[in-house]
Design a protein around this ligand. Structure first.
Ligand code: GAP
Length: 513
């Protein structure tokens, strides 16, 4: 646990020191759970967004993108259910005065039992060695079976109580399980209450005429209200998708863990409209496709897992998270939801406008079903950043801090150094930079010894360093150093573009899917 916390602290300080993420309005002591992306962070974030957009929009003939407004007609949120149901069940501890999400307290309790299961598995794996069969062990070991049954019973009861809005039973469950305040150990709890997460604002100049609005809590509704406009003007045939990326706002109560849970964040969402009855097939397909997208970045298959939901949102008939192993454990990174025809039907009812699709093959109109993929851009940023930050022991007994970002996502693809600041070397280095910057984001540095400059770029995540030295003046060659292997090669200046391209071309990354 302490190791995890240390690693997380390193992530936070590295993100600041290397110009990735700053606390918002830091000079005024910041604003809780609101962050700014700095000069390198903004590039990494843009590259993640572009990688998603390429895979989700431009590589699919039947998916198009839009950019809807943050402010929407307030009835949108009545129709979507957010006014009535976008609540978190909260509970306060009377002694510590700390507020928690009741469902998260219960889920964390179950995660601890899951930890016990994992320990049993590890022990058995050691005992049986190569002959160990994990599936068989999980299905037959009495103790593990008991743990799993306990988890299932707790989660099923919590799901049912939340579904029925039986908050008294949620509190009763917390008491029966003897769940204590994680910070103080106190079990002196208040009742569980619902709290709406939407931020309100006003449109209009005078207090009397102003209209109450909400900042959108998800980008999805901007897609639903534009469904027919896009379908008709784009002459889209079902199945088809509409994607968008953009800001969303939630008045999160438990806003901890850096950019993992923010009050202002960015989502990358895609709604896929399908024929009713085919949603299960598409849901399975999108689950698989989205996992492949994550795996294409090479951050380790063992760091991802699916979590199928027992407790479904008001609009869904199936839902799963892709969880990622963050420094504080496995947590939701992306959601895949089979949203039924809930949203389109609700908007039809509240707006009085028909939102149906005419299927020429079937010669009839129907309300499409929707499968949604929804990922937080900031959460993806944290996944990439924390996974890439490594402390590496070197052969000479020293160590280096290296940010092994997938090269396709790195803010700068190459840094260009003149070995010394004289003899015409800076001019040649700047000429190389001038040529490369048409194709890649590149960085120039002539300060300090070259070894120090290498270390700075390792820590900033730049995949290549190119050094211009006196030999360059004679034979037009430079040294190119690879961030991950630290291998240095002498190559012709004319070969640089091809070498970098091979490592950062989006095609090479997405083809791994
Ligand atoms: N349209 C469906 C929807 O919004 P969600 O599970 O509430 O579903 C989708 O959110 C994704 O948005 C999450 O998987 C997460 O990556 C991201 N997300 C949600 N709340 C967030 C927050 N407060 N801060 C950062 N990211 C958040």
């Amino acid at each position: 646990m302490a190791k995890q916390e240390d690693q997380f602290k390193k992530v936070l300080s590295h993100a600041k020191e290397y110009g990735y993420v700053f606390q918002s309005s830091e000079i005024y002591d910041g604003l809780s759970a609101v962050y700014d992306y700095a000069q390198n962070g903004v590039e990494l974030k843009k590259n993640i967004r572009d990688y998603w957009w390429k895979a989700m929009v431009q590589m699919h003939e039947n998916i198009v993108g839009i950019d809807a407004s943050i402010l929407m007609h307030p009835t949108t949120w009545k129709a979507s259910g957010h006014v009535d149901a976008f609540n978190d069940p909260l509970i306060d501890n009377k002694d510590s005065k700390k507020r928690y999400r009741a469902d998260v307290l219960i889920e964390d309790y179950c995660a601890k039992i899951e930890g016990k299961i994992n320990k049993e598995v590890d022990k058995a794996a050691k005992r049986f060695g190569e002959a160990f069969n994990k599936e068989e062990f999980l299905a037959t070991n009495g103790r593990v079976f008991g743990y799993q049954e306990k988890i299932n019973t707790i989660l099923a009861r919590m799901g049912a109580s939340l579904e029925k809005e039986d908050l008294l039973d949620v509190k009763a469950l917390i008491e029966e399980l003897e769940i204590a305040d994680p910070l103080t150990g106190s079990r002196n709890w208040t009742e569980v209450k619902q709290f709406n997460l939407m931020f309100g604002t006003k449109l209009g100049a005078s207090a009397e005429t102003a209209m109450d609005l909400y900042l959108r809590p998800e980008t999805a509704q901007g897609i639903f209200v534009n469904f027919l406009n896009v379908q008709k003007t784009g002459r889209m045939k079902i199945p088809f998708g509409i994607a968008q990326t953009g800001k969303a706002f939630r008045n999160e109560i438990v806003a901890r863990q850096f950019i993992f849970r923010m009050r202002e964040f960015e989502q990358m969402e895609m709604q896929f409209f399908v024929k009713p009855g085919t949603q299960k097939e598409w849901y399975d397909q999108w689950k698989a496709t989205r996992l492949k997208w994550h795996l294409s970045l090479g951050m380790g298959a063992e760091n991802y897992r699916f979590h199928d939901h027992d407790k479904l949102a008001h609009y869904a008939d199936a839902a799963a998270d892709i969880e990622f192993k963050f420094p504080f454990g496995f947590k939701e990174l992306e959601g895949i939801h089979s949203r039924t025809d809930f949203d389109l039907k609700a908007h039809e009812e509240f707006s009085g406008k028909k939102l149906q699709y005419f299927d020429h093959e079937e010669n009839k109109s129907y309300t499409p079903y929707v499968v949604e993929t929804s990922i937080g851009l900031d959460r993806m940023f944290l996944a990439v950043f924390s996974n890439s930050l490594q402390e590496e022991a070197l052969e000479n007994g020293t160590s280096r801090t290296v940010l092994k970002l997938p090269a396709i996502l790195a803010p700068y693809k190459a840094a260009i150094f003149p070995l010394v600041k004289k003899d015409g070397l800076p001019e040649v280095a700047r000429k190389i930079m001038g040529d490369l910057k048409w194709d890649f984001n590149v960085f120039y540095d002539e300060k300090d010894a070259v070894g120090k400059r290498y270390r700075r770029q390792d820590a900033a995540g730049t995949p290549f360093c190119i050094t211009v030295d006196h030999q360059t003046l004679e034979d037009k060659t430079v040294t190119i150093r690879h961030r991950d292997t630290m291998e240095q090669k002498r190559v012709k200046i004319s070969e640089l573009k091809e070498i970098i391209e091979a490592e950062v071309a989006v095609k090479n990354w997405l083809q791994r899917m």
